[in-house]
Structure formats: C-alpha cells, structure tokens
Design a protein around this ligand. Structure first.
Ligand SMILES: [Zn+2]
Length: 142
C-alpha cells in the first residue's frame, strides 16, 4: 500500500469497481504538484488493475510496470503545471516508486540512470514539494 494514497478494486456482476483513497492527513500541507502526482500514481494503479482484471494485492507487479510510466506521468504533470521542470516531474514520478513494493534496488538504480537522477535528488525533490510553505517548491494548495 502506498503512503499517501491507496487504490482498491473488485468486480461484481461484470462491473469493475475502483476506489482511490487519498490520505488527507499526509497530503494536507503538500504542494498541488505533489498531490497531483499522488493522484496520477493511484490512477495508474486503477488502470492497471482494470486492464489486467487483477485486484488482489497488486502493488508488487504494478510498481514494476509503473517504471515504464514515468514519461507519461512527467508529461501529465507538465501539462497541468507548465512551469514544473522536467527533472522535478521525473523525480516526483520516481519518488512514488522509491522503496515501493516490487521495486528492488537494481530496478530503482536503473531508473535513476535512465533519468539522470541520484537517490538524493529524488529524496530532496519529494521533500521540497511536500513542504510548499517556506522553503518548499511548488504551488500551495490553499
Ligand atoms: Zn503504488
């Protein structure tokens, strides 16, 4: 389960039900960019569940699949927030996969190499967009 959001789904009578839950407490003081990345991450979980008809404990394989979604997440974030730097958008997308179920160190390091980022840059970017007031980056939610 993800820290800031969670996606559940099931099928009943041929109808797919998907529910995304956001952690209001964790997200209460984050930037709009960070919150939107959390929503995108959970929407991708919902999409992957629906297209594969897999609803039980999907985090392991879905986080591995989401390695291939970083470009899509960056493009979506930059469409919504045109001034968001590409490196920050990549880091935010990748931060959702850091220490995530299914992602081992080798996969994570390959991701860092692909996007020219360091582990510390991922941590710093994630933290800076979680703290939009004062020293943080991004657009405050209030
Ligand atoms: Zn996740």
């Amino acid at each position: 389960m993800d820290e800031d959001g969670h996606t559940q789904g099931y099928v009943s009578d041929g109808i797919v039900y998907l529910q995304i839950t956001l952690d209001e407490y964790n997200l209460r003081a984050t930037s709009q960019e960070y919150t939107m990345e959390t929503i995108l991450h959970e929407v991708i979980h919902a999409y992957l569940s629906a297209v594969t008809n897999t609803y039980s404990d999907p985090d392991n394989w879905q986080h591995q699949a989401m390695v291939g979604w970083v470009d899509c997440e960056r493009e979506a974030l930059q469409e919504i927030f045109p001034s968001l730097p590409a490196a920050d958008a990549n880091a935010l997308a990748i931060s959702g996969l850091k220490n995530a179920a299914g992602i081992n160190t080798s996969m994570f390091n390959d991701l860092l190499t692909t996007y020219g980022l360091t582990d510390q840059q991922i941590v710093n970017t994630e933290q800076s967009y979680q703290l939009p007031h004062g020293s943080g980056k991004g657009t405050p939610c209030d």
